[in-house]
Design a protein around this ligand. Structure first.
Ligand code: SAH
Ligand code: F3S
Length: 447
């Protein structure tokens, strides 16, 4: 019998890509290929790529040079680029990077076996067609995570928002929701195999809409929460304009829906928000935060911030800093603006904030957020949180780590606790990034 051809897959960028790579593994395993976590053993190398910022693309280009060197020695191997860079660059990628044999966009993964047949014949293979329907709803992803505790479940694909700076609508196509029953089935299966946490993912989960209003996101979330009360449900990403009160009340109603919302603001300046085409104002955003905190006082909130968008003045930047002070995010992902070709901003605005100013503003944003994160963590000192244990601490095998419902990382002595279990931990110290404590489960059990 012929040995199965082995493939390796490397993933960059967002959670969506993690989940897409799991679909790719599923599609190829069903077609008779074998997955290997070691690229030295692989006949086929996949890189699932991200285009959201220029730095993400640069990293992938660097990786391609590594595989180019490898290909000189191992002549027969196939190198395939998947995901957003494939979709953005299309056949240009084949011209620019000689090492690449295959270019496959995010809606064409079902075609991978056929495309591989072409590539194995010595021809270049490409499929970058976007689809209005494809959700891969019927495909059970092969889980690639290491802990078997926490997993992503894709509930929708694409994005119709067209924020001026963002490449995603161009690389991932139109918004479409996955059939609810297939989502429920996938979560049920994960629960049966011992998973304790799922994160429902999409570019804008608040726009989940099955069959023209038959089921909205809040209703889907409720269905997910009811599957297994010992399973934590998270979701990402929310959008300020679309996040409903119904969603907030649903979160409050179910203890197993985690009290954490990622709600990207991008900028604290109304002028910049308008230029970004975000569709909400600073005040609208603050009102949403107040609505969350009124109903769920212990809800953690994180955000995305972009520094140095086109025409951003010192005053606009000050507005972002003052918004951060006002809202007090528990955590933030902070970026320097980078022009993405063909976006509205690239076509209509001038990238006129200098690199030095972008860097300076980003540093100020990061410094302020670090201070706010530390203050937020200090408020947790002395409190007890239920932690889902995810693994051993990177620094010491005597210690475990897990997360609170609010998504904060907690490190504590391992003792007899096991990965995948829930444990109550009292917080005794913290940094801006981590809470430290000790587990109180033994004493609780003895009394
Ligand atoms: N709704 C998506 C957002 C995807 S992009 C989600 O599911 O998270 C993630 C973040 O990258 C955005 O919120 C934005 O802060 C940042 N980003 C997007 N385009 C960018 C660009 N051109 N330059 C810098 N940061 C960008
Ligand atoms: Fe991008 Fe805005 Fe959609 S940031 S992913 S276009 S919500």
């Amino acid at each position: 019998m012929e040995d199965k051809r082995k493939f390796y897959i490397e993933t960059y960028g967002c959670q969506m890509n993690v989940s897409d790579s799991e679909l790719v593994v599923s599609i190829l395993t069903s077609a008779g290929f074998q997955h290997t976590p070691d690229y030295n053993l692989a006949d086929i190398i996949f890189i699932n790529t991200c285009s959201v910022r220029e730095t993400a693309e640069t990293r992938v280009r660097g990786r391609l040079t590594v595989f180019k060197t490898m290909k000189k020695v191992k002549k027969g191997i196939i190198v395939a680029v998947l995901g957003c860079m494939a979709e953005r660059l299309k056949d240009k990628l084949l011209e620019e990077e000689q090492v690449v044999d295959m270019v496959v966009g995010p809606d064409a993964y079902r075609q991978l076996p056929q495309l591989l047949a072409v590539a194995e014949n010595g021809q270049k293979a490409i499929n970058v067609l976007l689809s209005k329907e494809e959700t891969y709803a019927d495909i059970s992803p092969v889980k690639l995570d290491e802990n078997g505790i926490s997993s992503f479940v894709s509930i929708m694909r694409g994005c119709d928002n067209m924020c001026a700076f963002c490449i995603v609508p161009f690389t991932r196509g139109r918004e479409r929701s996955r059939a609810p029953q297939t989502i429920i089935n996938e979560i049920t299966e994960l629960s049966k195999t011992g998973y304790k946490e799922v994160t429902l993912i999409g570019q804008n989960v608040d726009k989940y809409n099955w069959n023209d209003g038959e089921l909205n996101f809040a209703q889907l979330l409720e269905k997910a929460a009811l599957i297994d009360s010992s399973m934590r449900i998270r979701f990402a990403t929310s959008y300020p304009q679309d996040m409903t009160d119904e969603l907030i009340y649903t979160m409050a109603k179910y203890p197993n829906i985690c009290k954490y919302i990622h709600l990207p603001i991008q900028s604290g300046s109304n002028a910049i928000l308008e230029k970004m085409k975000r569709g909400y104002s600073r005040q609208w955003y603050i009102d949403r935060i107040n609505a969350i905190r009124k109903v769920i006082p212990d809800c953690a909130i994180s955000t995305d911030i972009v520094a140095g968008f086109c025409s951003e003045t010192d005053q606009d930047h000050e507005d972002t800093l003052s918004l951060m002070e006002e809202v007090k995010f528990d955590f933030a992902y902070m970026f320097k603006y980078s022009v993405r070709p063909n976006t509205y901003a690239a076509r209509n605005y001038v990238d006129d904030v200098s690199e030095a100013t972008k860097t300076k503003r980003l540093e100020e944003i990061i410094k302020l957020q670090n201070k706010i994160s530390l203050e937020a963590n200090r408020k947790d000192l002395g409190k007890t949180f239920q932690i889902l244990i995810e693994g051993y601490s990177k620094r010491s095998t005597d210690k475990l780590f897990g997360r609170t419902s609010q998504n904060k990382v907690v490190v504590f002595p391992a003792e007899k606790n096991k990965i995948g279990a829930y444990v109550d931990v009292i917080i005794t110290s913290c940094t801006q990034a981590t809470l430290n404590g000790y587990s109180v489960i033994k004493t609780l059990k003895q009394t």
